[in-house]
Design a binder for this molecule. Structure first.
Ligand SMILES: [Fe+2]
Ligand SMILES: [Fe+2]
Length: 134
């Protein structure tokens, strides 16, 4: 049973970004479901890879927005993104190397990171854009 749920509290009101956030939650939900159903290594590898690709794509989109509008807290935001990309990449490599089983704790950790990041950092930059746009 999936515990990863999208919540409209996380909407930042930038359509492109909100769509990507929802898609990230869908992918996390798929990973969680695959783990819960005891999916084989190959299908887990596939979902983890997809998640990695999509997270990078999403971060690139946000970073483009922030560069374009000279967002003042870009360095802090970038550092956050880098940490998460590293974590997911390590997870992929460890999983491919057979060094890690994906636990519910790990999924909870990733989900909480994502919610905190969107609710804090992404919300802050979206607010900044709305103000300069107005
Ligand atoms: Fe984001
Ligand atoms: Fe972000």
């Amino acid at each position: 049973m999936s515990t990863i749920h999208w919540s409209d509290d996380l909407l930042v009101n930038i359509q492109e970004i909100d769509l990507q956030h929802r898609q990230l939650f869908n992918l996390f939900g798929e990973l969680e479901k695959a783990v819960a159903l005891g999916a084989g290594r190959q299908s887990l590898d596939r979902v983890i890879r997809e998640l990695n690709v999509y997270v990078r794509e999403h971060f690139t989109t946000e970073e483009r927005w922030m560069h374009r509008h000279e967002f003042p807290f870009l360095p802090e935001h970038l550092a956050q993104h880098e940490t998460f990309v590293d974590k997911l990449l390590n997870l992929e490599l460890d999983h491919l190397g057979g060094r890690v089983d994906i636990s519910q704790e790990l999924l909870d950790y990733l989900e909480n990171w994502l919610k905190d990041h969107i609710g804090g950092y992404d919300m802050a930059f979206a607010k900044y854009f709305r103000n300069i746009d107005a």
